[in-house]
Design a protein around this ligand. Structure first.
Ligand code: NAD
Length: 356
């Protein structure tokens, strides 16, 4: 039995989801598109060749009565949209970050549970085919240290540069890296984040976010991570963004939605050993080896599987295969909002305190 699906927010990420829905004619009917900017909703209806156009989402919910809604609105717009969906018993998928404050996220999380709503969140990286080898590596080896950096520029949406609207780069963007590291390493205990400003000189007029942040994370398992992110970059040579999982004798580099590469499972030939990176050799320095690596590459669009898994969960009345339900996304939100709190207070922040 097909489900009726509607979209609230017909901007950038809405377009990405619409591209998936156009391939799901077997399981959904596209019934409604809503955006505050009518032309955007009209553009979606034109692409879909079906569905009614709205600028008021409450009117859409009560007119087309969807079974499923995808909520694709900016970070600062959450709250009443979710309350209205829950009140009507509508299952929904919501884009990350699910909110900008913990009180709202916890209220929505609890209300979802009370009303048996099936949810999904836009952490599509969890559905990448790179997750399985990454999980196998993490399970088979004792990870001691995780290092992550995601350096880029400033996205074009009008709300992004204003930290109170977007949450800033950790919360809005690098939340994907925080989420996948959490997915692999388990729950974080404490974060300590420092920020830097003053390097972005020609940003948008409303730019007031951090140019760069570095976060130290202590996980409950005892593992340490450092996660850096910046929007100061204007050229691709500025940084090699990746996540490294380091063990005592091997490492794995994850380039999200691109490549997962393991170093050290195939031994390096003796003449490939390098002695770089240390001031004095024979003093505990173990230089990096450059033996053959094992490489896994991204196949296809993980978001296609992410969206379909959620929709199939609604059809089956069972959301257990959804890898990022709302309740779990709230834990990732606590992780990233703890970083912002640490910047504001200058102190380490306990992540469980954010969830209490
Ligand atoms: N999962 C991912 O990889 C990914 C990628 C990009 C963006 N996102 C997330 O998606 C969200 C939206 O980002 P975007 O780039 O699409 O922004 P956008 O500004 O391009 O689009 C958002 C749209 O929502 C509309 N909107 C806002 N409030 C509304 C309301 N109450 N009713 C109807 N329409 C409303 C706006 O008019 C706008 O057209 C953000 O939270 C962002 O973090 C996720």
């Amino acid at each position: 039995m097909k489900k009726k699906l509607a979209i609230i927010g017909c901007g950038g990420i809405g377009t990405y989801h619409l591209g998936h829905f156009l391939q799901y004619g077997d399981i959904i009917d596209l019934v409604g598109f809503c955006d505050l900017v009518k032309e955007r909703a009209e553009g979606f209806a034109a692409k879909a060749g079906t569905g009614e156009v709205f600028t008021d989402y409450v009117e859409m919910l009560d007119t087309v009565k969807p079974d499923i809604v995808f909520v694709c609105i900016p970070p600062y717009c959450h709250g009443d949209v979710e309350r209205n969906l829950i009140k009507r018993g509508i299952h929904f998928f919501v884009e990350k970050p699910v909110a900008l404050d913990m009180a709202l996220a916890k209220e929505i999380r609890d209300s979802i549970k009370e009303n048996n709503i099936i949810t999904g969140c836009g952490f599509q990286c969890r559905y990448s085919n790179l997750v399985e080898p990454n999980r196998a590596f993490v399970d088979a080896n004792e990870i001691v240290y995780v290092e992550c950096a995601r350096m880029g520029g400033i996205p074009g949406t009008d709300w992004w540069a204003d930290k109170k609207l977007s949450g800033g780069q950790i919360v809005e963007q690098t939340v994907h890296q925080f989420d996948i590291i959490r997915y692999m390493m388990g729950e974080p205990e404490t974060v300590f984040t420092m920020n830097a400003t003053g390097f972005v000189k020609n940003g948008p007029a409303n730019y007031d976010t951090d140019d760069l942040t570095t976060t130290v994370v202590k996980f409950k398992s005892g593992v340490l991570a450092s996660i850096s992110t910046g929007c100061y970059v204007t050229g691709g040579n500025a940084f090699d963004s990746k996540v490294t999982f380091s063990t005592k004798d091997k490492r794995a580099d994850l380039r999200i939605l691109d490549k997962f590469e393991i170093f050290g499972e195939k031994p390096a030939a003796p003449d490939e050993k390098k002695e770089g990176g240390f001031v004095i050799s024979n003093d505990g320095g173990v230089a990096s080896a450059s033996g053959d690596s094992i490489v896994y590459r991204q196949n296809g669009d993980a978001g296609l599987i992410c969206d379909r898994t959620f929709i199939e969960g609604v059809i089956a009345g069972d959301g257990s295969k959804v890898r990022s339900p709302y309740e779990d996304a709230v834990k990732t939100l606590a992780f990233v909002l703890a970083c912002n709190k640490s910047i504001e207070t200058g102190l380490p922040v306990n992540v469980d305190d954010m969830l209490a």
